[in-house]
Design a protein around this ligand. Structure first.
Ligand code: CP
Ligand code: NVA
Length: 301
């Protein structure tokens, strides 16, 4: 199966994958070497720290072989067309994982390859991140009935995957963004279409309304990779949406702080919140490893 968006797993698949991720975190040795020789391509058109390293380690722990490829050597869509790259890699590798600018490139890769294609981040979604996000939230409290507040750029890949994944798993989500930076209508509709009973999906321009009483407060950078030219304009519009201690204090008394990282400290979040005793950002980063391992176990079954 391909994993281009978080919804591709469905509720049962997502539930099973999160359960596997929790198990492989506790019993790292139990799955070591269980996918001997599986060849996984990890292609990056944009920079990465967590995704690249966690995926390489996950493949290696399972006994497989990771092949890291960078855009400057492959020239996806430049040196060679997207479909031809997929057809070639398909002859060598068992799983093809790509981080790309255009989600449509990912769809073209998946259409051309017989091997499973995994989204390591596109301009639309970051589903592997959402797996780790849900795993981290589940370590804090049961997902069903939980409330997550996302504050900031609600129209980005991380927020999109989180909204849809949360809705599937029974987590209510409130997104606070300035006008023009909220979730697309299609994203909202997609989340509502898959939402478990009892899930509330709220989009507001008021950060306090989103955060009040929430079990987790989440933010991401104001300018994603590829949006650098808009950074100054985005900073001006999103400045009132910074997660600081005053805003975080409106959440539940035991609320956790989440961020996919890298964080732009001082922009979308203050040092005091990233380094707060209830910040779980490094658990989230760790969970990228366990979540990817769980996904690989599923798609290479
Ligand atoms: N969270 C995340 O995807 O980090 P990288 O961009 O460093 O891979
Ligand atoms: N929204 C960010 C996430 C980075 C992991 C980006 O796309 O740059």
């Amino acid at each position: 199966m391909d994993f281009l968006q978080i919804g591709d797993l469905g509720r049962d698949g997502l539930t099973d994958t999160l359960a596997t991720a929790a198990r492989v975190k506790l019993e790292r040795e139990a799955v070591r070497g269980t996918r001997p020789g599986v060849r996984v391509g990890l292609f990056f058109e944009k920079p990465s720290l967590r995704t690249r390293v966690s995926c390489e380690v996950a493949v290696t722990d399972l006994g497989g072989v990771p092949f890291v490829l960078k855009q400057d050597e492959v020239g996806l869509g430049k040196r060679e067309g997207v479909a031809d790259v997929a057809r070639v890699l398909d002859r060598y590798l068992d799983v093809l994982a790509f981080r790309v600018f255009r989600h449509t490139d990912l769809e073209a890769l998946a259409a051309a390859a017989a091997a499973p294609v995994v989204n390591l981040l596109s301009d639309r979604e970051h589903p592997c991140q959402a797996l780790a996000d849900l795993q981290t939230l589940a370590e804090h409290r049961p997902l069903d009935g939980a409330v997550v507040a996302f504050v900031g750029d609600g129209d980005n890949n991380v927020c999109t995957s989180l909204m849809i994944g949360a809705a599937v798993m029974g987590v209510s989500i409130r997104v606070a963004s300035p006008a023009g930076y909220g979730p697309e209508k299609e994203t909202l509709a997609a989340a509502q279409a898959v939402a478990a009973p009892g899930v509330d999906i709220v989009v507001t321009d008021d950060p306090a309304e989103a955060v009040r009483g929430a079990d987790a407060v989440y933010t991401d950078v104001w300018a994603s990779m590829g949006q650098e030219a808009e950074a100054a304009a985005r900073r001006e519009r999103l400045d009132p949406y910074r997660v600081d201690e005053r805003l975080f204090a409106l959440a539940a008394a035991d609320a956790i702080f989440l961020h996919c990282l890298p964080a732009h400290r001082g922009d979308e979040v203050t040092d005091a919140v990233v380094d707060h005793e209830r910040s779980r950002v490094f658990d989230q980063a760790e969970n990228r490893l366990h979540a990817f391992k769980a996904l690989l176990l599923r798609i290479t079954e």
